[in-house]
Structures are given as C-alpha cells and as structure tokens.
Design a protein around this ligand. Sequence first.
Ligand code: THU
Length: 162
Amino acid sequence: MDGREASGERRGMTAAVPAVDVAALLEEARTARGHAYAPYSGFTVGAAIALDDGTVVRGANVENASYGLSLCAEAVALASAHASGVMGRALALAVVGDSASAPSGVAVTPCGRCRQMLVEAEHVAGRALAIHSAPASASGLEGAVRHAVADLLPHAFGPGNL
Ligand code: THU
C-alpha cells in the first residue's frame, strides 16, 4: 500500500474524486499537533483535512483555564475549513494525539462531539469523509486505521432530521 487511495471514485459520472495521500495527511496532522496548546491536559492533538485540490487545512487542540471551553483539534480544523470557505471541498480528515509526557502510542479517534460535527461536515461536503487515525509518535501509515463517519457515529441525528 503506498498511502494513496481513490475514495469514492465514480466512473462514468462526474469528475473522479482525487486520491488522498493518507501518509502525507497524517504527517500534516503531526505537524499541526506541534502547535497544540494543551497546558492543562498535556494531551496534544493535531488534525488535517484534505481538500480536493490537494491542499490541507490544519487544526490543533486549544485548551483554556476554564477547562470546559477547550477546543478539539478536529473542531478547530473543521471551523477553519468553514472560515476559509472550503468545507465543501473536503475529502478526508486525519487525527493524531497523545500525551506529551507519557505517550501511549495509541491511535486516537474523534471524541463524541467531534463525531457529531463530522456528520455535519459530510452534509456540507456532499460526500462521505474518510477518518484516518494513527499513533502520534509513528511515521507515515504505521499503525494507521481508517473509519467511516457512519461507523464512528451510527444512527446519528443530523440535518435530515430537521
Ligand atoms: N482532544 C482532541 O483534540 N481531539 C480528540 O479527538 C480527543 C480529545 C483534546 C481535547 C483536550 O484538549 C485534550 O485532547 C484532552 O482531552
């Protein structure tokens, strides 16, 4: 496997969905993790959203002395994509996170709130988004897992319910 995948290519219909370089996207998330502000939990997370033109939108968790106000890396990346007007061009999201002081080496998947945000992101993008997780301390695709949003949050409440 070389880290590239054709997600949702529809032959004979509209233009094919571009392939996502998952290894590179995970590295983007690792770079974003370096910008996390997590002085309270010490758990630093980075996220990266792949767009259909090959560019990437990054996010990192941003904590606050009022703990409950903390923002997840995925939420920051999604909000940034919205703010840049490119949410409709998203293909996939990668996330990596771990304790900075005592790394577990585990691949982190999005929290419940972020899963709900991802349901909405799929609605805006008009396609299923692949969610890639891998250990923060690994490199490339080492230990990477892929999930569908519908698997992360089955039976979701969404725009179709309103
Ligand atoms: N966090 C994320 O950024 N994404 C997740 O998917 C899980 C949790 C952050 C929130 C908080 O700043 C820290 O990790 C510990 O929960």
